[in-house]
Design a protein around this ligand. Structure first.
Ligand code: AMP
Ligand code: ZN
Length: 466
């Protein structure tokens, strides 16, 4: 399997630390609101990657955190007059609901920052002891960025360029030794949640959370660390500095980053009025469509979201599901494979090979979906009237297996089925009005094949599942 590693800037052959095992950490959301569709992209992409590694037989230890202490959470809590815990608890529960509807498997562990404070205090103490961090008079602790030799290796930035950048915008803290030093621990402000520490009552900086949670659940060195590309700098760069300075071990062997999701070719933002939560989208679409849409592009490319593209994803998904439904019906009954069918089944297995090659090439889900479509086309043209049920079953098994790897659910939601049937009935009525009886009959037969019986009544066409 080849993975594009941000650290080296190359596609590399994946070699796990331990044969047959994969340890992976994916930075999760800050829980102060319903997750937006941008947040859903890393969840879906890295879930598909994980499912594929499991399909290959890896035992995957997948850790994804919830950042449950943060300025935005505190702000929201103050606005509502409730505690930060209540806000975090509420949005973790909502996030889990969205994940389920998106077909994202729960992580092996979903640690929460507020439950890992002891580990953070320990790592910060170790960093101070080793000379990589220092506390100033108000109890703020900073990481001494220049004390870590490899700083900039992930984002491919030169530390001196960074320094001059900082100087030019005049960012220097009072007792901060260097503009590049970043916060590990900060003192509490009035009304904020806090924990006791050797330096002051306060709370951790964001970066230290992930270093500590990754160490606790996956060890000092892990196979893969992942997240959106906006996290490369400074978040992931700082995580590397903290973890490697504290542990004296490489932090992660591979770094995977997804590209950003834009809306109608513009950055998604509340101020532009083009901001969508996953919940907003669920009002219009089965969330399996959103998942399918995300997987239809390469994870490292920027992805544009629009109504038109979602409609096209919906149509594509329906085509796959319709094919699965057709195969499901043909698969009922007894009968063995004919000689010709045996050959065709072998041919169909070739699409598994295509699918796997796509996934082996840096998780190219777009090409993997193309292989699924080739299979659909093959099934539509070869599973004919006289096919044996066994033949349909073999094709359905392959289709189901590949869709499962990507987490593409073949089950159409009840309300979507109804909507689709009604649209077909309307098309049939239109065909009749135009005296195109051949088309009208074809639509009736298509519905009949799905077990839908139409009845013309005075009040219009009624349908039932026969
Ligand atoms: P946050 O809650 O902002 O820390 O984001 C959680 C995850 O969502 C991170 O991996 C981000 O990189 C990712 N993310 C946020 N916005 C987008 C976006 N528009 N497109 C893709 N990924 C995003
Ligand atoms: Zn992180």
């Amino acid at each position: 399997m080849k993975i594009y590693n941000t650290l080296t800037g190359q596609k590399e052959e994946f070699k796990p630390i331990e044969e047959g095992k994969l340890s992976m950490y994916v930075c999760g959301p800050t829980v102060y609101n319903l997750i937006h569709i941008g947040n859903a992209r890393p969840m879906i992409i890295f879930d598909a990657f994980r499912r594929y590694m499991e399909y290959k037989g890896y035992e995957v230890n997948y850790v994804s955190n919830f950042t449950d202490v943060d300025d935005k959470i505190i702000k929201k809590a103050n606005e509502e007059g409730v505690s930060s815990e209540e806000i975090a608890e509420r949005y973790i529960a909502e996030c889990k609901k969205d994940m389920e509807a998106l077909g994202v498997h729960p992580a092996t562990v979903h640690p929460r920052a507020t439950e890992e404070i002891d580990g953070m205090i320990k790592m910060i103490s170790d960093l101070i002891e080793k000379g990589h961090a220092y506390a100033v008079s108000d109890g703020t602790v900073y990481f001494r960025t220049r004390s870590f030799d490899g700083y900039g290796k992930l984002s491919h930035k030169n530390i001196d360029d960074l320094e001059s950048g900082h100087r030019s915008i005049g960012v220097t803290g009072d007792e901060k030794e260097d503009a590049l030093d970043f916060v590990l621990w900060k003192p509490k402000k009035e009304g904020e949640p806090y924990w006791e520490s050797p330096w002051c009552d306060g709370r951790p900086g964001w970066h230290i959370e992930c270093s500590v949670m990754s160490k606790r659940y996956l060890g000092d060195t892990i196979d893969i660390h992942a997240g959106g590309e906006d996290l490369i700098f400074p978040h992931h760069e700082n995580e590397i500095a903290q973890s490697e300075a504290a542990n004296d071990e490489p932090f992660a062997h591979y770094w995977m980053h997804n590209g950003f999701l834009n809306i109608d070719n513009r950055k998604m933002s509340k101020s532009l009025g083009n901001f969508f939560t996953v919940r907003d989208i669920s009002e219009k679409y089965d969330l399996a469509v959103l998942r399918f849409f995300m997987l239809s592009a390469h994870y490292r490319s920027p992805l544009n979201f629009s109504d038109e593209l979602m409609e096209s994803a919906k149509t594509s998904l329906t085509r796959i599901r319709t094919c699965a439904g057709m195969l499901g019906e043909k698969a009922e009954g007894e009968g063995e494979l004919s000689e010709t069918e045996k050959g065709l089944v072998e041919e169909a297995k070739g699409f598994i090979g295509k699918f796997e090659s796509a996934m082996e090439d840096d998780c190219n889900t777009a090409d993997a979906i193309a292989a699924i479509f080739e299979l659909v086309r093959f099934a539509n043209s070869n599973a004919a009237e006289g096919s044996s049920p066994k033949f349909a079953k073999e094709l359905l098994d392959i289709l189901t297996k590949l869709c499962d790897v990507l987490g593409i659910s073949l089950e159409e939601k009840e309300e979507d089925i109804d909507e689709r049937i009604e649209a077909l009935i309307a098309q049939r009525q239109e065909a009749r009005a135009n005296k195109d009886f051949a088309k009208a009959d074809a639509i009736r037969d298509e519905l009949l094949a799905e077990g839908i019986v139409l009845k013309d009544t005075r009040e219009g066409v009624k349908w039932s599942r026969g």
